[in-house]
Design a protein around this ligand. Structure first.
Ligand code: NAD
Ligand code: UGA
Length: 456
């Protein structure tokens, strides 16, 4: 039996540890965080993150072999295996600002581990997404003191996506574990692999070097995001040529060499990781003297920003080039469906641009209003957050769908249309709705990457 600890009780730390606790009942799993309020919510039934199926897994294990608290030093002292899952945002200051990873939380954690570890051997697992060669920096910090503990650093990046975290953790495509190239490193990597082997088939547990593991995580996100930017760039071409992006995505996705996933045109990808990780990858390439490679990846982010701006420009243009005093209702604010997470959501720049035109913006989202309020707290303008979707659409000039929540397909659009200003517009930033039906009801419909359906 081992004492497993996770530092960082966020979108990754909470769900991954709940899954390990569920599948490894002989081990004790503790999750700590500096954020007291977050920990209190992990100890309640009002979890700090919305994730389908998560509460059930937490309820099965919490208080048995899964514990949440804020005594970081005490928990480190007892731990045999420490997962580090703190945030690694883009640096906002100094050298590499706007591109490099901000490693301050990571370094603070490394020092906490060095200072408080008491067990003779401790495995430190990088769960956060980190620039390549971070494990080396961590090992140097851990070896810098007079600690009697022997540390091994293992890279085990997380591939879960929000909204499907529980199924991704229960049935992962692969678990990646990178170990140091020495006997101790191999042993540590095998110990971590044994945890996952409780529920993941052995052939899906991939053992690599630390550096390959760190780099693979950044590249996986960059490749996924690149597919979306590629499709989004083609959506613009479709709008000019009367081709239909849904048909194009389907046709190319049926080529098994390309595959059907992540070819859905959108108002832009969001989330806390794609933009950040591509910028980190690009910065890494710059650092290693590869400016052309850096620019190639940076263009994935540029196309993404352009796509959100294109969506906004379309609203402005179609509403007769003036939004001043007009009400625009945003259907959804989360960066994708089935999560309350709003980090780097395309809804944020869209809202800023609308407010910049003196539009009145009403925001609806079934799970993300609390985070939307925080995201926009410094935005000056006429912005309101409305819990009832019909109230949000009442008197509006246009609806802009940003998040593909299932419930937006089920709304009574006849009723909504009657309560809206005429002519009524709908801009579907996810191609999520039944466009022909909306047109029949009387809407002017603007999908992405296909011809608009206009009455005027
Ligand atoms: P998060 O912000 O939700 O959680 C991080 C937590 O770490 C916060 O609760 C914060 O209070 C805590 N923390 C920061 N410094 C600390 C310290 N010194 N001691 C204790 N706690 C501390 O972030 P997240 O979304 O869970 O992401 C964590 C890492 O995992 C990032 O590197 C991210 O790139 C990566 N990742 C995220 C996802 C995802 O879907 N969100 C998926 C895969 C990988
Ligand atoms: C993504 C990856 O999918 C995970 O494997 C990875 O672990 C995670 O980043 C991470 O490192 O944080 P996540 O950001 O949670 O997961 O969600 P995704 O499902 O990847 O969606 C990201 C964004 O792309 C969303 O805004 C989504 O709406 C958008 N998207 C996705 C599209 O616009 N089109 C698509 O076809 C697919």
């Amino acid at each position: 039996m081992s004492n497993i600890l996770c530092i960082g009780a966020g979108y990754v730390g909470g769900p991954t540890m709940a899954m390990i606790a569920k599948n490894c009942p002989e081990h004790s799993v503790t999750v700590v965080d500096i954020n007291q309020e977050r920990i209190e919510r992990w100890n309640s039934n009002d979890l700090p993150i919305f994730e389908p199926g998560l509460l059930e897994v937490v309820q099965q294990t919490r208080g048995k072999n899964l514990f949440f608290h804020t005594d970081i030093a005490g928990a480190i002292a007892e731990a045999d295996i420490i997962f580090v899952s703190v945030n690694t945002p883009t640096k906002k200051f100094g050298e590499g600002a706007g591109k490099a990873a901000d490693m301050q939380y990571w370094e603070k954690t490394s020092r906490d581990i060095l200072q408080n570890s008491r067990k003779p051997e401790v495995i430190v697992v990088e769960k956060s997404t980190l620039p390549v060669r971070t494990a080396e920096a961590m090992a140097r910090i851990l070896e810098s003191g007079n600690s009697s503990t022997r540390f091994s650093v293992v890279s085990n990046p997380e591939f879960l996506a929000e909204g499907t975290a529980i199924q991704d953790l229960a049935n992962p495509d692969r678990v990646l574990i990178g170990g140091e190239e020495n006997e101790n490193g191999h042993k540590a990597a095998k110990t971590v692999a044994e945890l996952y082997a409780h529920w993941v088939p052995r052939e899906r547990i991939l053992l690599t070097s630390v550096w390959s593991s760190e780099l693979s995580k950044l590249v996986a996100n960059a490749m996924l995001a690149q597919r979306i930017s590629s499709v989004n760039s083609i959506s613009a071409l479709c709008e000019r040529t009367e081709a239909d992006i849904t048909e194009v995505s389907r046709a190319i996705g049926m080529d098994t060499r390309i595959g059907a996933k992540f070819l859905q045109a959108s108002v832009g990808f969001g989330g806390s990781c794609f933009r950040k990780d591509i910028l980190h990858l690009s910065y890494l390439c710059e650092y290693y003297g590869l400016p052309e490679v850096a620019d190639y990846w940076a263009s994935v982010v540029r196309i993404n920003e352009w796509q959100t701006d294109r969506f906004f420009q379309n609203i402005l243009h179609e509403l007769f080039n003036t939004l001043a005093g007009k009400t625009i209702t945003m259907l959804g604010f989360a960066f994708k469906q089935d999560t309350g997470d709003t980090r780097d959501s395309p809804a944020i720049p869209l809202c800023e641009k609308l407010v910049g035109e003196n539009a009145r913006v009403r925001i609806h989202d079934p799970k993300a209003l609390e985070n939307a309020r925080i995201e926009l707290k410094n935005l000056k303008g006429d912005v309101s957050f409305v819990e009832d979707v019909y109230e949000a659409a009442d008197g509006a000039h246009a609806l802009a769908l940003v998040t593909q929540w299932d419930e937006y397909r089920e709304l009574d659009y006849e009723k909504i249309h009657q309560a809206m200003a005429e002519p009524a517009f709908i801009f579907d930033g996810r191609n999520h709705l039944d466009h022909d039906k909306l047109y029949e009801i009387g809407f002017n419909v603007f999908p992405l990457g296909k011809s608009p359906l206009k009455h005027i």
